[in-house]
Design a protein around this ligand. Sequence first.
Ligand code: C2O
Ligand code: CU
Ligand code: CU
Length: 562
Amino acid sequence: MNKQNRRQFLKLSITGGTVLLGGGLLSGCTLPPVMMNRPNMGAAQTSQPVTAATTGPIANTRFMPDLEIDLKATTGLAPILPGPKTSVWHYEASVVKGDSNSLIALPDNYLGPIIKARTGQKIRVNLINDLPSGEAHIVHWHGLHLPEDMDGHPRYAVAQGQRYVYEFEVKNRAGTYWFHPHTHERTAEQVMMGLAGLFIVSDAEDDALGLPSGEFDLPIIIQDRTFDSKNQFVYLARAGAGMGGMSGMSGMNMQSMMGFLGERILINGQLNVVLNAAARPYRLRLLNGSNSRIYKLGWSDGTPLTVLATDGGLLEKPVSRNFVMLAPGERIELWANFSRRKVGDELTLQSLAFEGVESMGAGGTGMGGMMSQGRSAPALGAPLTLMTVHITRQAETTSTLPAQLSKLNPLLLEDAINANNPRQFRLQMRGMNWLINGRGFEMDAVADDEQVKLGTTELWEFINELNPGEMMEQMGMAHPFHIHGVQFNVLERQVLPALKAGWDSVRDGFVDEGWKDTFLIMPGERVKVLMRFSDYTGKFVFHCHNLEHEDMGMMRNYEVQT
Ligand code: C2O
Ligand code: CU
Ligand code: CU
């Protein structure tokens, strides 16, 4: 990487909070706080259909938010490569009521703001769909425990020009959550076009640890994108690229089947990112916001990763791993201690090589090579450099890694109503579609085996089958599986002996010690998770977070009933 061309992380100080931003175009200028209170746009809320009395499109006058924000999904231009700007879709946000530091915008970036909230806070979000006409939209708060009409189920999507009002209390503990579109069959492309943001929750327990904060607490959102010669995003579904050797299958079908893989890595919406760091500890909050690419995170010099938190917040104590798997939708927080590094040192955050995510099954040669035909992007599992850390200054710090982070209070198997009889979900390919227990997504349908009872703890077992009898006979793929509405504990993983080799290249990177809302399940693997259905009845979705799989229907409702 040419030093002159490196984009620098830019520090954007916002009263105590600092966010790192890539962006050569921004270097040199000091940016003012971007989010300001602005007049309530209430007067403009005219043509909205009244479909719910207290929630949904219309605000509830009795709900008194601590924080109210306008969140507009709209079109824009982002300077990503030298030359023409890239047309993107993104979220613009502003604080209507409450602390203006609750929003950290990333200017000139397609990513949405970082929303900072506290446990117990009441939040109103006025979502405005200002996307191109025909583009319905709804936001899902990934990882948050919310009533079903606040969760962003695809059936609540609103048409262009309309709004949806969210009103909820933040019940989750401190953690790195996020938000993104959840429009039926449009999630993948809307995210790919740029719609996504972080939702960072803090609480007293987290505060008390004295972890690195301010400019030493940094988001790292990992995505992959492909650009055309005019610097525009290329999404293969639209390009319809043909697949060599797969006659009769369009590029679109193939992409849906395998998921979109981009040619280049972006960190926080920027290419070739360099973090100019001080020689001291950092708290890094990583999100895999990619449509389907899975990363095996590792430092270039083999330094182990120190993990502080998973999807649902802090671990009981820090754990050390030589590498960590991060599948789409998953988050991980790291303690990155650069204290012993010298000024001028450099290291990179890598995605290390791994195998077995696309599998032809027992005795097969692996699908990686075949499936990569016609794709110019690096194959899933190919090694990649994600970002560079460049130590630019000494630093004094008293920050030390706490031995104890939290008390986890995991669920207990003995409390499950089906401890010996897990509810099973088979992830399958049938008729060139990815399905769950033989079914694709239906907007309102809930099958008998998808109904659960409020106030119960259940054991669910996901089984990533191979597909005997199918045209793609033994084909298997890794699926990042996500369940709305809950945080769960991963209890157990098992793999078919024939597929153990691929699994062995990733298994030590699973951090199953903490609360999770998304987990990677490898071909031939079975994973048991324990969860509790509390507080809210209604229909919630669970789905593959490979967004192309989700859009093609690898999603179902489960319903919580009293
Ligand atoms: Cu992050 Cu239903 O998704
Ligand atoms: Cu979710
Ligand atoms: Cu999948």
